[in-house]
Design a protein around this ligand. Structure first.
Ligand SMILES: CC(C)(COP(=O)(O)OP(=O)(O)OC[C@H]1O[C@@H](n2cnc3c(N)ncnc32)[C@H](O)[C@@H]1OP(=O)(O)O)[C@@H](O)C(=O)NCCC(=O)NCCS
Length: 182
């Protein structure tokens, strides 16, 4: 899916452009992903696991662009990728009413309203696509994400104990949230 670009204003007054990523931004996307993975333990990858080549990432971005079911939005502030979010709607008939959502923002842009703005776009598009529910998972302790998700109408439906084990051996639960759209 292609996202029709849109400008928003962040809480600090800065302009932010929301748009689809371009396949020729593959290197910038990988650098951005590595930065996110360095700054937080709350995404599933460690930075050294961001191993896609530029060509692989380019193919991935192109596939999203051409997909009827998947959407990615990037947030551009002062010319750099500040964050991204994704909506993946299931394809098979029995589960076509469900969409998975995910989001990441680099640290200097946290608490600036960007997560809220991007999530609102995903919710609006999911509704347009006749999606009936959005689903996501978060890692224990991610209070900022929980605050955002609850504000956007998601509720916790389950816990996977020891869903994650950090390098230092710390076990953490993963929680499953759903927002019903009908
Ligand atoms: C989680 C994340 C997407 C939130 O995005 P964001 O742009 O910072 O979110 P927003 O500024 O729109 O909203 C955050 C809300 O949490 C609140 N908040 C911030 N820190 C908080 C904390 N420690 N406890 C509770 N609430 C908190 C803010 O006040 C704000 O609420 P408000 O809009 O009602 O004032 C972002 O911080 C991020 O990418 N983190 C790292 C990666 C990550 O965790 N991804 C999600 C994986 S599940």
């Amino acid at each position: 899916m292609i996202f029709k670009e849109k400008q928003i204003i962040l809480k600090d007054g800065r302009k932010c452009l929301l748009r689809s990523p371009k396949p020729d931004e593959a290197k910038e996307m990988m650098d951005y992903l590595r930065t996110c993975a360095t700054e937080t333990n709350f995404i599933l990858r460690y930075p050294e696991e961001c191993t896609e080549t530029v060509e692989e990432e380019e193919r991935f971005l192109k596939s999203i662009f051409e997909s009827e079911y998947n959407l990615m939005i990037v947030a551009i502030v002062d010319g750099e990728i500040a964050g991204n979010c994704q909506l993946n709607i299931h394809k098979r008939m029995k589960v076509r009413h469900r969409g998975d959502v995910a989001i990441g923002i680099i640290k200097k842009y946290w608490n600036n309203g960007l997560g809220t703005a991007m999530f609102q776009e995903l919710i609006d598009i999911a509704k347009e696509k006749a999606c009936l529910q959005l689903e996501l998972e978060f890692i224990e302790g991610n209070e900022r994400a929980v605050a955002l998700y609850e504000k956007m109408g998601f509720r916790v439906f389950g816990e996977r104990k020891r869903g994650v084990i950090l390098k230092d051996g710390t076990p953490l639960s993963e929680f499953f949230m759903v927002k019903y759209l009908d």
